[in-house]
Design a protein around this ligand. Structure first.
Ligand code: SF4
Length: 270
């Protein structure tokens, strides 16, 4: 067992962590503490879930929520996860000690966020997770394809947010060139043959023929087989201007098209 203060810390953070798959990958703090070009040397952890059955398909897993993201998506809705509420950040050594006690009980560990791939010590943490005998999962938006390439040897499964066609990314993330980086990450993962789920969160005002169908065509042409459309939740969206639009669920035409276009298609949060 961990010393009780450490376990208390883990559990207190668990209570504020999201539990819905995919949505867990779309959390951030509003302030952007660093960029992909200036990674902190340590693993900055904002939360930890000791057990989940939904964030790593088919596996019993723990989830490590990494802090910060270089993008500022308008619908990002988990800023509260990373807010400073007077708690000390959880240390990787605490989580490693916890995992050592869970060998044979858990199948895997998922790194989520925030955006894990901008963390300077992520590869080291993944290597340690592997050495403990766990599978490694990753939730990412793909902002750092160069860094993602260095993680490939450790990855057993990835949930990748593809938010739009590349040219439409800046209107969502607020960052020029973000779409090209995300799609480069997609092509990299497909080429590597990593088990992959691609998911898209719906933006208010998107139309099937003009927005969703071209996106799904692009993903299918790239080789995506597992694809999920995620509803946007207005109440917790970072940008009040899109929050007033209300929740956005996939239109029926997009569900029909996705079912026909992808071998494994799903809808989440609708
Ligand atoms: S990529 Fe966007 S949705 Fe995901 S954590 Fe960063 S800002 Fe939030």
């Amino acid at each position: 067992m961990l010393p009780s203060p450490a376990l208390d810390s883990l559990h207190s953070i668990q209570r504020s962590a999201p539990t819905e798959p995919g949505i867990a990958a779309t959390c951030k703090r509003q302030a952007v503490p660093f960029t992909c070009d200036a990674q902190p040397a340590e693993l900055r952890i904002a939360g930890f879930t000791p057990l989940t059955t939904v964030d790593f398909p088919g596996e019993l897993a723990a989830v490590v929520f990494c802090q910060g993201c270089p993008w500022q998506c308008r619908y990002c809705h988990n800023a509260h996860l990373l807010a400073d509420e007077g708690r000390e950040p959880i240390g990787w050594d605490q989580i490693r000690a916890f995992l050592e006690q869970r060998r044979g009980l858990l199948d895997g560990v998922v790194f989520s966020g925030g955006e894990p791939t901008v963390q300077g010590e992520l590869a080291t943490a993944m290597a340690e997770v592997k050495a403990l005998g766990f599978k490694v999962g990753l939730h990412t938006g793909g902002p750092a394809p160069e860094r993602l390439a260095r993680l490939l040897p450790w990855l057993d499964w990835v949930g990748l947010d593809i938010k739009a066609l590349p040219e439409d990314y800046p209107a969502i993330t607020g960052v020029a060139g973000s779409g090209e980086r995300a799609w480069a990450s997609l092509h990299q993962l497909l080429a590597a043959g990593v088990a992959l789920e691609v998911r898209t969160t719906l933006m208010p005002g998107w139309r099937f023929a003009e927005d969703l169908r071209p996106l799904m065509d692009g993903l299918a042409a790239a080789g995506v087989t597992r694809y999920v459309l995620q509803a946007m939740r207005a109440a917790t969206a970072r940008d009040p201007a899109i929050a007033v639009a209300g929740d956005v669920s996939p239109p029926a035409a997009a569900i029909d098209y996705g079912t026909a276009r992808f071998a494994d298609f799903g809808v989440r949060g609708a």
